[in-house]
Design a protein around this ligand. Structure first.
Ligand SMILES: NC(=O)c1ccc[n+]([C@@H]2O[C@H](COP(=O)([O-])OP(=O)(O)OC[C@H]3O[C@@H](n4cnc5c(N)ncnc54)[C@H](OP(=O)(O)O)[C@@H]3O)[C@@H](O)[C@H]2O)c1
Length: 251
């Protein structure tokens, strides 16, 4: 039975992706910072595991406990909605620690096992913010652009070992815990100088008519893992698809 490990499954895209793979017969290691069985089906193929992607010892322990993996999904991430002058550098550093270095550390931890097994797939959850410039998202967009560059370069050195890397680029999903978590963890103190810019930015961001659903992301990850002809960057959600078409990345 194929086995997948997914980070950040306490809510949103990670949880939807875990349930999707479980429904399709995979063994799923659903990892989260504070595991809770709430809302999860009782299924012997599902293992809930503690994992904070910023803790090296915890990563090593979780990967060792997981055993051989066919796929890894680096989904854990946090947002930041602010102008740069309102974004404290310590918070930007913490965001990069989760979104970028967490992705690198998880990937680095699973690669020896995948190499030994002759292959595997690693899917990194990026964002459609890397397809266009959106306001008040400079720090977050930079973190996801870093994930893109990391993934595309690493794909070259992983390919000789049969390891495939792919990117999923979700659009905006107001129904996950993302916005709430971004404000709770990264703050949203807007400098007075930028108050009207921020109001305009929020209007722009909320005006997008088409949205991404967690299921759109689950389906894109499924394709990335199971279809070895899937393109490197897979947009997920109607809004992401529209941006990808405008950027010439999708038909
Ligand atoms: N929602 C959007 O509009 C959107 C759009 C494009 C891309 N994305 C990306 O999609 C991914 C999932 O986002 P989502 O919308 O599903 O948001 P979400 O509901 O907030 O889920 C994010 C998950 O990441 C986990 N996480 C945060 N810090 C972590 C850490 N240090 N170690 C392990 N897990 C950690 C959270 O766990 P806790 O509950 O423990 O905090 C949560 O389970 C993120 O990478 C995000 O950047 C989101």
């Amino acid at each position: 039975m194929p086995r997948i490990l997914i980070t950040g499954t306490s809510s949103g895209f990670g949880r939807a992706t875990a349930l999707h793979f479980l429904d399709r017969g995979w063994e799923v290691l659903a990892t989260m910072r504070s595991p809770s069985a709430d809302g999860w089906p009782a299924d012997p193929r599902l293992r809930l595991m503690a994992l904070d992607v910023t803790e090296p010892d915890g990563i090593a322990a979780a990967v060792a406990a997981a055993g051989p993996l066919d796929a890894l999904v680096n989904n854990a991430g946090v947002g930041m909605l602010n102008v740069l002058e309102g974004a404290e550098i310590d918070r930007a550093r913490a965001l990069f620690d989760i979104n970028v270095l967490g992705t690198m550390a998880m990937t680095r931890a699973v690669m020896p096992g995948m190499r030994a097994a002759g292959g595997g797939v690693i899917v990194n959850i990026s964002s459609a913010v890397t397809l266009t410039a959106l306001p008040a998202l400079s720090v977050y967009s930079a973190s996801k652009a870093a994930v893109n560059a990391f993934t595309e370069s690493l794909a070259l050195e992983a390919a000789p070992f049969g390891i495939r890397l792919r990117l999923v680029l979700p659009g905006s999903a107001p129904d996950t815990a993302f916005g709430r978590n971004a404000v709770a963890r990264m703050g949203m103190e807007i400098p007075e100088s930028h108050a009207s810019f921020m109001q305009d930015s929020l209007r722009t961001l909320r005006a997008a008519p088409e949205r991404t659903l967690p299921q759109d992301v689950a389906l894109a990850v499924w394709r990335a893992v199971t279809d070895d002809r899937a393109p490197m960057r897979l947009p997920a959600g109607a809004d992401a698809l529209a941006l990808a078409r405008a950027a010439g990345l999708a038909a």
